[in-house]
Write a protein that binds this ligand. Structure first.
Ligand SMILES: Cc1cc2nc3c(=O)[nH]c(=O)nc-3n(C[C@H](O)[C@H](O)[C@H](O)COP(=O)(O)OP(=O)(O)OC[C@H]3O[C@@H](n4cnc5c(N)ncnc54)[C@H](O)[C@@H]3O)c2cc1C
Length: 322
């Protein structure tokens, strides 16, 4: 472990839309933010080609370009962007306390405020044909990519509320949606099941799993397998949506921050405040409901404003005491 300890005002963990928006606001408020990018500089949008729903890009933009532009905007105001993983944290319980953060198991940082923007990773089936065709018709976000399959036949994998909601969303856009449910029933709420069953262009296949995604460069079909009979069947589709859940990237915060049962960081009311004073959370890491770039950016802005106000309140308390 290195002996050198660096003291900073604001540390931002994660470089997706939430982290960069927090950085833009924090830098402009003179909080001199330092950001660690983590293992995926630019975040989840670097894994997608076309982003069509972020305001301000009338022609759409590809995800990696958008994230480079966000980085440039954050750096323009003085954000220091560093490559590195936060590997451990020791958050203070005290108002005005100093938070200790370890980067890459070696560097120690002391921060007055911390903004957590580590996102939530979509879960995939992890079969080779699915991995090969990610971005070529395999997607983990119906709201993001459904529009590209307007009038076409698609399939969705999953059985929970999110899968049912995404299937209904796709049914409004696509010609037909085949929904693959691994068990003989859905996990989704009765209301969501009713919604799915009431839509004529959704066909639910129970006891059914993906055997293989068909196509070389892009998705051309799906080989399904009935897990009771072993019977296989091919269907023609152009898009496959995986809706089997997300994993918030919060392992390093366990035992430090309040989280829900699935590991999402809990924030207070409409704010980005966590249960530790001076520690804020923004983006998908604290939002299992919307999970969009623009909502992540919105809460990134909120986190920087919350951090700025927190520091101002500490400073005014110190001024009164002295
Ligand atoms: C295939 C795909 C397509 C999508 N398309 C769209 C779209 O068209 N429009 C849209 O609005 N949304 C889209 N989304 C959703 C969107 O990408 C997310 O909602 C958004 O990126 C969330 O932003 P975030 O900043 O919260 O987290 P993320 O973008 O997930 O970024 C998390 C960041 O945290 C970093 N990190 C994690 N752990 C650590 C650590 N220990 N130390 C340091 N850094 C760490 C990662 O490296 C990463 O930089 C898509 C998602 C996917 C997967």
């Amino acid at each position: 472990m290195s002996e050198q300890i660096e003291r900073i005002k604001t540390l931002i963990i994660g470089s997706g839309p939430a982290g960069y928006t927090a950085a833009i606001y924090a830098a402009r408020a003179d909080l001199k933010p330092v950001m660690y990018t983590g293992m995926e500089p630019g975040g989840q949008l670097t894994t997608t080609t076309e982003v069509d729903n972020f305001p301000g890009y009338p022609e759409g933009i590809d995800g990696p370009t958008m994230m480079v532009q966000l980085q440039q905007q954050a750096e323009r105001f003085g954000t220091e962007v560093r490559i590195g993983m936060v590997t451990a944290v020791d958050f203070s319980d005290e108002l005005g306390g100093i938070h200790k953060i370890t980067v890459d198991d070696s560097k120690l940082i002391e921060a007055e405020t911390v903004i957590i923007s580590t996102g939530a990773s979509a879960k995939y089936l992890n079969i080779p044909s699915e991995q090969r065709l990610r971005g070529g018709g395999v997607s983990a976000c119906a709201v993001c990519d459904g529009f590209f399959y307007k009038g076409q036949e698609v399939a969705i994998v999953g059985a929970g509320d999110t899968a049912a909601e995404e299937a209904s969303y796709l049914a409004n856009i696509c010609k037909k949606v085949t929904m693959l449910v691994r068990k003989d029933h859905m996990r989704a709420s009765k209301a969501m099941q009713h919604r799915v069953n009431s839509l004529e262009n959704i066909e639910v296949r129970y006891n059914t799993e993906v055997d293989e995604v068909l196509g070389e460069q892009v998705v051309e079909g799906l080989r399904m397998v009935n897990n009771q009979t072993g019977e296989k069947e091919d269907i023609e589709i152009t898009g496959l949506f995986i809706a089997i859940g997300h994993k918030p990237n919060t392992d390093i915060f366990k035992g430090q921050l309040e989280m829900d049962e699935t590991g999402y960081v809990i924030t207070e009311g409409k704010s980005t405040k966590t249960n530790k004073p001076g520690v804020f959370a923004s983006g998908d890491v604290q939002d299992k409901e919307y999970r969009q770039a623009v909502t992540a950016a919105g809460t990134g802005c909120m986190a920087a404003l919350d951090a700025e106000r927190y520091l101002a309140s500490i400073e005014s308390k110190e001024a009164v005491v002295s």
